[in-house]
Write a protein that binds this ligand. Structure first.
Ligand code: AMP
Length: 134
């Protein structure tokens, strides 16, 4: 049986949404709690939890549709750029365990700051990471 999420309920019309697009693999809605007005979510039709579960053809398609909406946001909302991001797993801040791509319109000097801090590598530590990840 398919896992039920807020997004499967939106997909099926059980929870109302502002749907902008749908096709055989995904749908697009306005985020109800936008970081910037016009913030949209590209959501897979099937409730894959995260990128590791999501087949390559589906994730490729989600990115293609995110690009389509990046262009639309630039054209219609006159934004200067977008943040395109996936919270991938609960430790990364993913609240809804159903893969989706955020596309957030951004404007010059809009004052939005993402709260990432930075770590520093100790001496030679970066080489160890390179060896682990190559
Ligand atoms: P994430 O933390 O990456 O899982 O993001 C989940 C996003 O879904 C958040 O930005 C929420 O504002 C958004 N969201 C939650 N419920 C709804 C809903 N009913 N309609 C539209 N967006 C929603």
């Amino acid at each position: 049986m398919e896992k039920e999420t807020i997004f499967t309920k939106i997909r099926d019309g059980i929870i109302p949404s502002n749907k902008l697009y749908e096709d055989e693999l995904c749908f697009v809605i306005l985020d109800i709690n936008p970081i910037k007005k016009g913030h949209i979510l590209v959501i897979s039709n099937k409730p894959y939890t995260d990128i590791s579960e999501c087949p390559d053809d589906v994730i490729s398609h989600l990115i293609k549709i995110a690009k389509m909406f990046d262009l639309k946001l630039r054209e219609k909302l006159k934004c200067d750029g977008t943040n395109i991001l996936i919270n991938n797993g609960s430790s990364s801040g993913q609240e809804i365990p159903h893969i989706h791509i955020h596309v957030i319109p951004r404007y010059k000097n809009d004052g939005i700051k993402f709260g990432f801090s930075h770590e520093k590598y100790e001496e030679n530590e970066i080489t160890k990471f390179k060896e682990m990840l190559i």
